[in-house]
Design a protein around this ligand. Structure first.
Ligand SMILES: Nc1ncnc2c1ncn2[C@@H]1O[C@H](COP(=O)(O)OP(=O)(O)OP(=O)(O)O)[C@@H](O)[C@H]1O
Ligand SMILES: [Mg+2]
Length: 260
């Protein structure tokens, strides 16, 4: 089966670094704001390296058993069912734990022996200890902006990973991404990126996060589809940023200076 490689526009040396980490069996941590390309990057790298990818969206109820597996009952019998992490360890796949800091703390016990030079996964419930195949790679990500003291990553966990910081790309690169993702022309892509950067520097409105590359792609998609630019910016670039209607109107004033 031919793998389709999702397009990824490199921002720095992240592709080479990831390849080195894969070859030398080092786990990788990606940090950066929402919609800046972390997931796309991992999808691209998995396809480039020809490895299956298991992605787990972590949430505050996600336990070690959700990653490792559990006994299930079927046809009156119990049988063991591998979780995504165990499957990746057995198959030599890439396991991507998105928003890893959200997961329950019992997951740390599993991740530590797997992310240092032991590369083992002890499965308590079956008594097995798996040694990860050389092609197995653990990738985790989180958004430092959302961190609170309780949810932060422990240094002993963080220091098991090679870490890559992501951010919104430089304007020329971001315009290229928007144009490539949506087929809008370069002029419109450049204009949208300039608008995003004008919104990003607005510090007086206390927005949780600023306009992401993802939102720019959404906005460009609507405009490309024939939607009026001001309305597209409102729906896809401004409203997703805040629920406060006064802030929306203030941000729309900035939009109007770009799309009168
Ligand atoms: N470097 C890039 N190359 C190609 N497309 C990109 C790039 N960066 C962002 N994008 C576009 O932005 C969209 C959002 O990126 P992605 O889903 O990877 O963000 P993310 O960092 O994983 O966000 P989140 O933290 O919210 O999960 C992608 O679907 C793609 O259209
Ligand atoms: Mg993501």
């Amino acid at each position: 089966m031919a793998l389709i490689m999702p397009h990824y526009q490199e921002q720095g040396q992240e592709v080479t670094l990831f390849e080195h980490a894969f070859r030398r069996q080092l786990p990788v941590l990606l940090k950066g704001p929402t919609g800046c390309g972390k997931t796309r990057f991992v999808e691209h790298m998995a396809a480039k390296l020809g490895r299956p990818l298991y992605t787990v969206a972590c949430h505050d109820d996600l336990s070690a058993a959700d990653l490792v597996g559990r006994h299930l009952i079927g046809d009156g019998e119990t049988y063991w069912n591998d979780g995504p992490l165990t499957r990746a360890v057995r198959e030599g796949a890439i396991c991507y734990l998105d928003e890893v800091v959200e997961a329950r703390k019992d997951t740390t016990v599993i991740l530590h022996p797997l992310s240092d030079n032991r590369r083992i996964l002890p499965i308590e419930r079956t008594g097995e200890t798996l040694h990860a195949l050389p092609e197995f790679m653990l990738v985790v990500s989180y958004n430092p902006g959302y961190q609170n003291l309780l949810k932060g990553m422990k240094p002993s966990t963080r220091q098991r990973f090679v870490a890559l910081r992501f951010d919104y790309p430089k304007p020329e690169l971001e315009a290229r991404i928007v144009a490539q993702e949506t087929c809008v022309d370069d002029k419109l892509a450049t204009q949208l990126v300039a608008l995003a950067n004008a919104l990003r520097v607005l510090k007086e409105h206390d927005l949780e996060e600023s306009a992401s590359t993802r939102l720019l792609v959404y906005t460009a998609t609507l405009i490309q589809d024939g939607f009026e630019p001001l309305a597209a910016c409102r729906a896809a670039l401004v409203e997703p940023l805040t629920d406060d209607s006064e802030t929306v109107e203030a941000l729309m004033e900035v939009v109007k200076t770009f799309f009168a």
